[in-house]
Design a protein around this ligand. Sequence first.
Ligand code: G3P
Length: 250
Amino acid sequence: MFTQLQSPHFFAHRGASAYAPENTLAAFELAARQGAPAIEFDVKLTSDRHVVIHHDQTLDRTTNSSGALAKQPLAALRELDAGSSFSAEFRDEKIPTLEEVFETVGQKLFLNIELTNYATPFDGLVDQVVPLIQKHGLEKRVMFSSFFPHNLLRARQLAPAIPRGQLMLEGASGWWQRLAAGLMDLQAEHPWKADVTASSVQNAHRKGRRVYVWTVNDPLEMHSLRSLGVDAIFTDDPLRAREHFLENIA
Ligand code: G3P
């Protein structure tokens, strides 16, 4: 399905996170209803090695708890409210497991799984995620991304047919990811929006790679990136992306 995703398109970043709590089933299902072809979300391991969806290393910002997610077992995380910090109307939302996401939207949307073990880089996250993709038969409906090249190298070893995109930090701080991307077997590059130029897009395309840009919510930036020829953006706002990235291009 990766090769059938028509450029330009977009990923709903952490789901339709402008309208629903990020990285929840509500945000993913809303993204589908709003016409997103694809979503992006963040995976991490619990203390008992279940794969769950959550962006931050800690629980403080998006739940009614605090402290490191990696220190909690799944059962404790499932008790938390991951919706009220966004809006009272979402107070029943939970931190989802990866399997719940697969069951809920795996057949409706293309999935960018960001491997975000940034605080626990050698926790074996990829080894836990790949069997779940295989169990659900979703090898053709997912891709991996990560700021850590070693996660993508491990993914290539375990599941070489699943596409991989290297995330690159902003500006000078992304030098090591750009260096790694130059050496690796990748199907996509994920640069920060202000680092994209016409020639960086052309260089990636010459290597047969897609260019997927994070995180773009401003209509003017959508127009500008579209004119530079990027293949997709990550956006919190699927409705705005449909209007300004996919349509009405000057
Ligand atoms: O994958 C695009 C974007 O999500 C990368 O940044 O911080 O949202 O994981 P972050």
